[in-house]
Design a protein around this ligand. Structure first.
Ligand code: C2E
Ligand code: MG
Ligand code: MG
Ligand code: MG
Length: 291
């Protein structure tokens, strides 16, 4: 009897695990197929100068237009893609797509810079930096329009060779950014040795600055620290103008967030940019100017 019950529980547990495993295998297969069937796309979210309102560029955010009809966000598949290794193929696709977008924008003028998220698994490959160079060279896009985002944890794990490659890429015009700063374990001394152009504050640092003095003090300290290493500060996931105002007085340079614009497809993005610029060029519409 005890054996039967224990066995039963054991089976239930096994079933749940087996189902979870099956789902994972199924997702891995669907990701590989999705890449072949061109189911991925990039959503572009504007980045703005907090001081001038100028659009300085955009972050490219991966979307999966799933055959079941819904558009999936990275949180539902990136971890699985990293686990089975297909993330490196996806990452190659993301780089090529960014290069294609930037090549299209070359003729248009206007916004020309894209930030790309890099998975630690991509960086694990010894030819990562060569692939980045090749991809943009082939598209005839200068590296000065390319920003690479590494997470804080990835950045802290970099070898001296990888840091040297980053520095060389930076010397050739690329922008190097640390993403999600404040969630990993930063070696502060290491910040000094990295070729850092930008540091993106993790949303959890910024979320409460309009409500909590402690949160403001922490962000101010981080801003001072990043200033000290000579990098620009990017605040993301800004959802209200109070947060933006506080960040401006703290000396944060660049912002990104729903209060300005959500991630959009390329056409929507270009429309948004065209309209946003028109507003800034015509300050006569600004009733608050009092003139
Ligand atoms: P991330 O790089 O930190 O990107 C910022 C995330 O914040 C994006 O989520 C964006 O849609 C979201 N966001 C933007 N404005 C707001 C806001 O005002 N409020 C809130 N709450 N969120 C906002 P998304 O697109 O779901 O991407 C999630 C993460 O997936 C990214 O975080 C990045 O780590 C990863 N990811 C995205 N695209 C790629 C990619 O091409 N390759 C790799 N390896 N990872 C990617
Ligand atoms: Mg990012
Ligand atoms: Mg981030
Ligand atoms: Mg993130």
């Amino acid at each position: 009897e005890a054996k039967a019950r224990g066995g039963g529980q054991h089976c239930l547990f096994d079933d749940a695990l087996a189902r979870q495993y099956e789902r994972k295998i199924e997702t891995e297969r669907a990701l590989t197929e999705g890449l072949e069937r061109n189911e991925f796309s990039l959503a572009l979210q504007p980045q703005l100068s907090l001081r001038t309102g100028e659009i300085t560029g955009a972050e490219a955010l991966l979307r999966w237009n799933h055959p079941q009809g819904d558009v999936r966000k990275p949180s539902s598949f990136i971890a699985i893609a990293e686990g089975c290794g297909v993330i490196t193929d996806i990452g190659d696709w993301v780089l090529r797509e960014c290069a294609a977008i930037l090549a299209r924008w070359k003729e248009k003028g206007g916004v020309r810079r894209l930030a790309v998220n890099v998975s630690p698994r991509q960086l694990d490959r010894s030819d990562f930096f060569a692939r980045v160079r090749e991809t943009f060279e082939e598209a005839k896009v200068s590296l000065e329009f390319v920003e690479l985002e590494f997470t804080e944890t990835t950045a802290m794990r970099c070898t001296d060779e990888q840091i040297a490659e980053m520095r060389a890429l930076q010397a050739d015009g690329a922008t190097i950014a640390i993403d999600d700063f404040g969630t990993g374990y930063s070696n502060i001394a290491r910040l000094r040795t990295m070729p850092l152009d930008r540091v993106k504050l993790d949303p959890s640092l910024v979320a409460d600055i309009d409500r909590s003095e402690k949160a403001r003090n922490i962000v101010q300290s981080v801003v001072t620290l990043i200033d000290a290493v000579g990098a620009e500060i990017v605040a993301e996931a800004i959802e209200n103008s109070a947060q933006a105002d506080i960040l401006r007085t703290m000396g944060c340079q660049i912002v990104q967030g729903y209060v300005f614009a959500p991630p959009m497809d390329e056409t929507e993005f270009l429309d948004w940019v065209a309209n946003a610029e028109r507003e800034w060029v015509e300050p006569a519409n600004d009733v608050a100017s009092g003139s």
